[in-house]
Design a protein around this ligand. Sequence first.
Ligand code: HT7
Ligand code: ZN
Length: 859
Amino acid sequence: MQAKRRADYLPPAFTISDVKMDVRLHPTATRITSELQITRVSDHSQHLELDGDNLSLVSIKLDGEIFEDIEQREDTLIVRNVPDTFTLTIVNDIDPQNNKALEGLYLSQNTYCTQCEAEGFRRITYYLDRPDVLATFEVTLHGDKAQYPTLLANGNPVARGDNDDGTHWVTWQDPFPKPSYLFALVAGDFDLLEDSYTTTSGKSVKLELYVDKGKKSRGIFALESLKRAMKWDEDTFGLEYDLDIYMIVAVDFFNMGAMENKGLNIFNSKFVLADQRSATDEDFFNVESVIAHEYFHNWTGNRVTCRDWFQLSLKEGLTVFRDQQFSADMTSELSNRIKHVRVMREHQFAEDASAMSHPIRPEEVIEMNNFYTVTVYDKGAEVIRMFHTLLGEDGFRKGMDEYFRRHDGQAVTCDDFVAAMQTATDIDLSHFAQWYSQSGTPVISLTTMFDERKQVMDITVAQHTPPTADQSHKVPLFIPVAFDCIDENGKHYTDVDGKIKDGVLLLDAPSTTLHFTGVESPLIPVVLGNFSAPAKVNNNLSVEQMLLVFRYAKDAFNRWDAMQSVYNWCIAEFEKGQGEQIDDSVWNALSDVINNEADNHELLGECLVIPTFETLCQTRQRVDPNSLNSARSAFCDAFSIKLASVLKRVFDSISTDSYQYDQRSVNARRCKNVLLNHLARTEHGDSLVRQQYAAADNMTDTLGALKAAQGNLPDAFEALMQNFESEWNVDPLVLDKWFGLHATTERDDILSQLSLLKQHPQFTINNPNRVRAVMGSFAFFNTAGFHRADGAGYKYVTDYLLELDAVNPQVAARVVTPLTQWQNYAPAHQSLMKAQLNRLLGHKGLSRDMFEKVSKSLA
Ligand code: HT7
Ligand code: ZN
């Protein structure tokens, strides 16, 4: 299968200025008539080549006359010898009911909806399906009025009517030229929540939120979130909404989280529906941030879009950064930052270390769907955050203003973004721009030299990016390293040469040395405050020094991170079989931390979370998954037992009143549930867990009790899970939590449990949420089950992937990710994992999505 390369970009030979579409909905034979205004923009020799995938062509006319000088190839339609400007009218049929890949137009649960990003429009009609062709669209939808009373498309509704045959029609006009990936239509029967928003300049915008019948009250929070996002974007970036109406539709069958189609966002219902009984605090948080993310795309993505898909991070990295800033303003800066860092360390660093490593602007792609990655999104957002650090709040805003001034209405590149930012700073950004082209995780290493007699200390800060699968040669990057230095009494120091400015060292060379004077005892460097760059740190601190960092560092992120390092060190002791020998002074210090921070529920809640298996893997090589997992578990046992009394005391001190979704209550619930998780390993566990489950008036506490019971209290877990199932069996979205808990439970018979889950009446391979809840949870998070020493976990997932790939390749290619990350494991596991990847690769008819990931992982 052919890869496309970024370097091979060519502008289109033709462009399309206006599209008129007529869509007659039918489950197996939807008829599309599209009238395209086309103009040649290159030399005369070229034929018109339209993209098309799985379409039945009915007819084609050029300027109103039947046109036959065409050639249909597998995924293109060649229209030969066309004039310089012309109207092309294409009629084709498609089969939405049998579209289980959920790309293009599909019919699920009696709702028609579309997903066109990245290359789904070509499954609807023949088109120049690339983001640098921008056209206005007028779309008329026809459908059965009783079954599909709601007919929606992008833009504003301009006409509607009824036909005698029981069908009705609506015409929608979108005045903003857009690429085809932002096209959308929806037809169904929904409950509607309505509201309005008046922009700062006085424009009134209708807000409409469409949800499954009977779910109206669960949509209120999403609608309120939308208004907060609209206001925030005006206040923070001066960006207002531009159409008269903004619509959001929640659907149950969706490949990803949500899609920012112009004026008509389509959402996975998981990121819209939330109320206290059915959704956790985390769900509420996610709803607000995804609603905001899609809304923010209206400017960063829609008004200014990508020239080609290699530039995806232009819109995604920037929009993730914007939604992160919004969420931090709406909730709390610290817990947000920790959340993002966890994603980076658990998933992005692992991607960098795998065969799928790529820069935030990839160089080579076989299937674009495979590049909606943590690297493009989350590392991309970290790169934008570094711009923000370098330019400051005002400089960043200036750069953004210039970006919109230059490029509104255009399809542009990451280089264009950097150039706009360059106008707002004296720092030369050309070196910094290497972050776009270099993959891999830089490691910042610190070495210290202390001269007690002269009372001086030198700290050398060096950077090194290990080679990655896609790039063997690395260059030094331009890295903003937030830098603090403390002594054992908590006194802060800065370097004599002033290389550290405003608390940040701009590291632009392989290494630099900082000099400190007046130093009485060895200094402790405290680096990467607020995770100022997407890097790893080799700081070689002793456990005593880590505890001092927790005690004295100014930066709350550094304090949290110090605790993570303490746990990491303890787990390493357990791995060496020396866990029992951990000195009492360490346990006493941990007890002090809990006691001292007992009232700071936010920090304590975060600090009591033990690093996950996935995070621990990133600081180890050739991991034997079962020994690391057991060492982690042994540490958790020791932690709970040794600290039981202080944990219980703080647990009892946290009162949670009746449910409110506000930051203070979220922090208290979170802290209490983290404590419960530890206490579940103690003698108090069973009664505390059952009490909390019985008393819970909200899903956060219900799930907190279930998670605490999982793996620790099998009897309680069994009983409570049964109760949960009987309560939520009718609601698959909520039942996904139950599926996920079962799939991540570490038990010897987990594979037969998975088989039972797959036979559950609510499970279907056609629904990506169900598949992710069962197979995704197992493959990503059931360490003991997936990494069974006999390889049966790998085989089980592979068997399922073979089935899934034939139904929904996009989802299959996501679930295969843990198998492709074999590099980090011990040789015995590597060969078992590779054997399954080879099975996949040898399978006839493997999708492009899977082929790309599997073949790269074996290369
Ligand atoms: N821009 C969207 C990315 C996307 C997507 C969404 C839903 C289903 C399939 C998809 N393929 C790509 C989502 C976003 O980042 O906002
Ligand atoms: Zn996005």
